[in-house]
Design a protein around this ligand. Structure first.
Ligand code: IVH
Length: 699
């Protein structure tokens, strides 16, 4: 079908045949390399490949930088010498559900003729998504290294493997005379991204994922190239061994460690099915933050004697199985890239996506962080992208499917003016380092409607003025209608309405009762604690914690205002602020800038005519959460993360970033992922945001 000559083809026929072969070869590459399950023989693959290359020879104009011949990391190359594995390198059976794991354990028991009561231990270790390699040590010296190849024969990558810093050329301790160490070569996420950036800069083909990049980097004919690629290794199995250093899987891993070989730290010895599944959850929970790809957990019967008794079925051991993670990635289309403007003028790009389900959640937006991120990943409108939900809730674009890029897609031009007010948008240069901030900011803080609206939202938010009935939507509406432009306008709204200047009643969504309730809610907040007031002003770098520090130090707001206004560098006022515990020069500068600004000053005067400041309350030492270590995860609906943290601290709790045995409480909002799983696995108490509020209210 594919064999035979190509020289009778016309250029057009050749083009069609070339494209067809490329598609077919890509499919088989995918099956072979990504899924380890080829559906054609090596000979059949070679025939397709030969025809493809013959076409290129005859019609060189077909070759582009996307051609398969230009890519690294495809079919085992004839150019490498081959090494026969003394013991075949086999693969693993896959399972996907807890029931499947339970069946696996039952199968093992049945095969061994064990009753339920007899304990069989299993190791649970991460399944590293790289390429497997067998390292042969003789008398402690690294002699050779081979890829898995077809399982019986692999490529000789000895010179390449020797460039990996983590792989000892000489083992430590007293290893067996002959020891074949097997494990996975992989590339960390960070290094993968940096490598692709270099490839792009040199107009070379990009690697689709870290696994391909690792394979392409190891399988270089010139080991000097491998040496420039940061590859890592985890040892997890063995081939020929003159004398086993231990009688268990866990024991061998310990021995590997003692010889100086890297062993994955998440490996755990389990004695029950529950422990195995618990370790699966713990590993899955850490997946997004490991910094390298794993695609499941491998369970192995710990006793080597039992492993030997269990043996193999076709190409996989009966004593091990891979429990694969459900896919948390999905492919979708970038419909648009929008720029959001935040309270402090930060321009944040957001990708609007064709909605798609990822890990059970419908995703239609993904954060692009900043302009560097867009250009680093070269994300364009119209691109097909792979998105992933990393650990927590905010979906991200993992990479672009370059092969699906429409010809018309142009690189995204990040605006240098604010899309809302047209003011210049700049990346501040750090005076000390001369480095531009990654964030571009709108400079029109006082004329920019986006910033004004975001500031008002912040002003009314729960831990600031906490005005019920003035949510984000209402604020946007009142601003657009010109009824509220500054914070003081909120408090003059009722008076203006009474004078028939605003006429809120009968406007969109406002009946008589809701107008009355709104005015009541506003009036109820005319008295406010000084720390909340400082926080509500939305001064850059002044979150709740700093607001409390300032309130504690100055007690009187006017004292803070005057000192900050006078606090030019090298003045006594600046030193006074600098000496406040926890307040640094960046905060001092931000305070000075804010209180010096004449518009801010008049807005403040107007506001202070409307509200009365009260002293800061003492810390509630005996709240239901005081002394507890709390972690927040998922989308909090009533609080921002910063607010949640400050609130917890106010009630005497300690906030941690990750879940561990020391965590007392996990507050989980919708979309909670890895942290929730870890908490459940560790038996940490999990509560909702509402429950959190209840607990912080009861003293
Ligand atoms: S044990 C006879 N342990 O997964 C069983 N394999 O799908 C030998 N892999 O070819 C493999 N992490 O490349 C084992 N902790 C781990 C692993 C692991 C990744 C890879 C390995 C293997 C493939 C099977």
């Amino acid at each position: 079908m594919n064999a035979g000559s190509v020289d009778h083809l016309s250029p057009i026929e050749a083009q069609i045949e070339y494209a067809r072969l490329a598609e077919e070869l890509t499919k088989h590459d995918q099956l072979y390399y990504q899924e380890d399950s080829p559906i054609i023989s090596d000979a059949q693959y070679d025939a397709l490949r030969q025809r493809y290359e013959a076409l290129e020879k005859l019609f060189p104009e077909l070759v582009t930088r996307h051609s398969l011949t230009q890519k690294v990391g495809s079919k085992p190359s004839e150019k490498f010498a081959k090494i026969k594995h003394s013991i075949p390198m086999l693969s693993l059976g896959n399972v996907f559900t807890n029931d499947d794991v339970s069946d696996f354990v039952a199968r093992v028991r049945r095969f061994l003729g064990q009753t339920q009561s007899l304990q069989i231990s299993f190791t649970a270790e991460p399944k590293i998504d790289g390429l497997s390699c067998s390292l042969r040590y003789e008398r402690g010296m690294l002699i050779s290294a081979a890829t898995r190849g077809d399982g019986f024969e692999g490529e000789d990558v000895t010179a390449n493997i020797k460039t990996l810093k983590e792989i000892p050329l000489q083992l430590m301790g007293e290893p067996p005379e002959i020891l074949e160490v097997r494990g996975e070569v992989y590339m960390a996420h960070e290094d993968f991204q940096a490598l692709n950036q270099r490839q792009r800069a040199q107009s070379k083909a990009l690697f689709a994922n870290p696994r391909n990049a690792a394979a392409g980097s190891l399988r270089q004919l010139d080991a000097k190239i491998t040496a420039t690629r940061p590859l890592h290794f985890f040892a997890y199995a063995w081939g020929a061994v003159s004398q086993m250093p231990a009688t268990t899987q866990a024991g061998v891993l310990e021995a590997f460690k003692s010889y100086g070989l890297p062993v994955n730290p998440l490996t755990r010895l389990c004695t029950t099915l529950e422990e195995m599944l618990e370790q699966f959850q713990i590993i899955e929970a850490q997946r997004a933050t490991l910094g390298y790809d794993i695609d499941g957990v491998v369970y192995k019967v710990d006793s080597i004697e039992l492993q030997n008794r269990l043996g193999f079925v076709s190409r996989a051991p009966r004593w091990a199985v891979a429990h694969k993670f459900p896919a948390e990635q999905a492919t979708t289309l970038v419909r648009d890239i929008e720029i959001q403007v935040g309270r402090t003028g930060a321009l944040t790009p957001v990708a609007r996506l064709a909605p798609v389900t990822v890990g059970g959640v419908i995703v239609s937006n993904a954060t692009l962080h900043n302009e560097e991120e867009i250009s680093r990943k070269d994300i364009r409108i119209g691109d097909t992208v792979v998105i992933q939900r990393a650990g927590d809730v905010i979906p991200q674009i993992a990479h672009v499917e370059l092969s699906k890029r429409p010809k018309s897609a142009k690189p995204f031009n990040f605006p240098d003016v604010c899309p809302r007010c047209g003011s210049a948008a700049l990346r501040e240069i750090d005076e000390k380092t001369g480095v531009a901030d990654v964030v571009r900011r709108c400079t029109g803080s006082l004329v920019c409607p986006a910033q004004a609206i975001e500031r008002l939202k912040h002003f009314c938010s729960r831990n600031a003025f906490d005005i019920e009935g003035l949510g984000d939507k209402q604020i946007e509406y009142f601003y657009q209608e010109g009824l509220i432009e500054t914070a003081a306008d909120i408090f003059t709204l009722e008076k203006r309405d009474r004078e028939n200047l605003t006429k809120i009643k009968n406007r969109e969504g406002f009946g008589e009762t809701s107008v009355r309730n709104l005015f009541q809610a506003i009036n109820a907040r005319r008295k406010i604690e000084i720390n909340r007031f400082i926080y509500a002003l939305g001064i850059r770098h002044i979150g709740e914690t700093n607001a409390r520090r300032l309130a504690r130090h100055f007690i009187d707001f006017e004292a803070l205002r005057l000192t900050a206004a006078l606090a030019k560098p090298d003045t006594p006022e600046r030193s006074r602020i600098d000496t406040i515990d926890g307040v640094g020069p960046v905060v001092a500068e931000a305070l000075h800038d804010f209180f010096c600004e004449p518009h801010n000053s008049s807005a403040l005067d107007a506001l202070l005519k409307e509200v009365t400041l009260e002293p800061m309350p003492a810390v509630a030492a005996t709240s239901a959460v005081s002394g507890k270590t709390v972690v927040f995860t998922g989308a909090l609906e009533k609080l921002t993360r910063e607010e949640a943290k400050a609130q917890a601290e106010r009630f005497g709790a300690k906030v941690a970033g990750s879940v561990s045995k020391k965590t007392d409480l996990l507050v989980a909002g919708p979309g909670a992922g890895s942290k929730l799983a870890t908490a459940q696995a560790l038996g940490v108490e999990v509560i909702s945001e509402d429950e959190w509020f209840k607990r912080t209210q009861q003293n």
